[in-house]
Design a protein around this ligand. Structure first.
Ligand code: ADP
Length: 483
């Protein structure tokens, strides 16, 4: 089974969120099952640098306002599977993020950047491909590759089956109707049964409308996106396609996130040496400037600072959280107002609240290992990764029971404690009162070390490897190729 996995970011070369982690892990897990998977990536400077043995395999003509480009093939050891890289200097060879300039403003040619990614993905998945390796499945991810199924639809020859995975419905890639010609889509595509979305062109709607299957990253999120509350305007279309929509919970990279071999920790540990975790707690406190207070539960947070993540509720509740007693270590970046609010909270509660503003991969590992508990009060969370990293590190997640958080964390309540299935704490609805009540319960358990230890061990034993998820993706692929 040949699969082209088209994606706009991949760890460790370019990452803004969980999508990059999935792109790094799922293709490798599929490849371990025996599938022939190749990545298709934009040629950002970091990708060109990371894939050293890149060789030219085709030159592609421009079309519409999409410039000509070169297709390179390489193998980066860190990616584990071959990568096809689109080398288009005018669109991709620039400093800054994949979607924003260095000042945080969207690139003004994002429609062309990701229009080209989608166009090349569709070309390679069609009988017009210039290369010999022809996929049976085109696997698209989020809005950045959402136009690919539309290009395939308007292509008249033979084509691969397509699936689109929604990692986050909140980002849809919406551009004015004038972009249609630039993107080389036929005028008839601008229709309700096409790429049109409330008077604009939507990349994601195109993908959701035209892909042969839709997947999203947890079973609960698959249901939630069919509702007005979390459907971001696409709930009608998603409900209409519900029988072709499936939720598959992400796994995590269990090699990068292994407390026994993690190089970023002060001391390594596993379930049999969990007491060594305390050395990481001490080191984390020292590193971020928190007072050493053994009676205060240390709560970690690693997050993009956006409305989605619900950290405004934590800020509101801060005095009550600190009174538990607890300390908070936040590592995050994003919305400048939230960054400022956390900086301010840290200065007001110096020694009890630490706010590290920025993206720091190494520190994120120490936070996972050093914190006692990990808080994720997301308003919505398609899957979420940190709650699974936390479980693996024996750091009990405290989550709002939504999306993948609801699917991966079994909240500690009397029944789950008695059954030995609890792996964290969960609350709903997302209100200050419900969160505080849950934090109180977590603190109470933390003060009963033997019970806490039991839940830690249950969390650490949870299988969050990619293999099980990869098998489910394989089944989706098979359902599309076996007629
Ligand atoms: P999302 O994709 O919505 O950002 P996920 O939980 O799926 O949320 O994935 C977030 C990923 O990004 C995790 O691997 C998390 O550790 C990482 N991350 C987020 N913010 C930071 C940060 N400031 N520093 C280091 N890693 C971060």
């Amino acid at each position: 089974m040949r699969v082209l996995f088209a994606v706009s970011e991949v760890h460790p070369y370019v990452k803004t969120g969980g999508l990059a982690d999935v792109a790094a892990a799922l293709p490798q897990a599929l490849s371990a099952l025996g599938l022939d998977v190749r990545l298709l990536l934009p040629g950002y400077p970091s990708v060109l640098k990371g894939c050293r043995d890149l060789g030219l395999i085709a030159s592609l003509d421009g079309v519409g306002a999409l410039p000509p480009c070169r297709l390179l093939l390489g193998f980066a050891k860190l990616l584990g599977v071959p990568a096809l890289v689109i080398d288009c200097p005018v669109l991709f060879r620039r400093e800054g993020g994949p979607y924003h300039d260095p000042y945080g403003t969207d690139w003004n040619d994002n429609h062309l950047r990701f229009g080209l990614l989608s166009h090349v993905a569709a070309l390679l998945a069609s009988d017009r491909t210039p290369i010999a390796w022809v996929p049976q499945i085109l696997h698209c991810n989020d809005w950045q590759t959402g136009l690919a199924p539309a290009y395939l639809h308007y292509h008249e020859g033979k084509r691969a089956a397509s699936i689109i995975t929604i990692h986050n419905l909140a980002y849809q890639g919406i551009f004015p109707p004038s972009t249609l010609a630039a993107l080389a889509l036929p005028p008839r595509a601008y229709a309700i049964d096409g790429v049109e979305y409330y008077g604009n062109v939507s990349f994601l709607k195109a993908g959701v409308y035209f892909a042969d299957r839709i997947t999203t990253v947890s079973p609960t999120y698959a249901k939630e996106i069919q509702t007005a509350a979390l459907g971001f305007g696409l709930q009608g279309l998603l409900t209409a396609r519900a029988h072709e929509l499936v939720g598959i919970l992400n796994g995590i990279d269990t090699v990068a996130w292994n407390p026994l071999s993690d190089k970023h920790l002060a001391r390594n540990y596993d379930a049999s040496s969990i007491d060594a975790k305390q050395a990481n707690t001490a080191e984390l406190r020292r590193r971020v400037g928190l007072e050493p207070r053994s009676n205060a539960m240390l709560i970690g947070i690693i997050s993009r600072l956006t409305h989605q993540k619900g950290l405004d509720v934590v800020l509101q509740a801060l005095p009550r959280i600190l009174a538990l007693p607890a300390q908070i270590c936040v590592l995050g970046s994003g919305d400048p107002a939230l960054e400022q609010a956390w900086r301010q909270a840290a200065s007001e509660h110096s020694g009890q609240v630490a706010a590290i503003i920025g993206f720091d991969e190494a520190l994120s590992h120490l936070v996972e290992a050093g914190a006692n508990a990990f808080l994720m009060p997301s308003r919505f969370e398609p899957c979420g990764l940190n709650q699974m990293y936390s479980q693996r590190y024996g750091t009990l997640p405290i989550v709002h029971a939504t999306g993948g958080l609801a699917d991966s964390v079994v909240g500690a309540i009397p029944a789950s404690l008695a059954a030995g299935t609890a792996t964290g704490f969960a609350f709903t609805p997302l209100t200050e009162a419900a969160m505080i009540e849950c934090l109180h319960a977590a603190c109470a358990l933390w003060n009963q070390p033997e019970l806490w230890r039991e839940v830690q061990l249950q969390a650490m034993a949870r299988d969050s490897s990619w293999r099980a998820s990869a098998i489910m993706y394989y089944q989706v692929y098979k359902s599309l190729t076996e007629h």
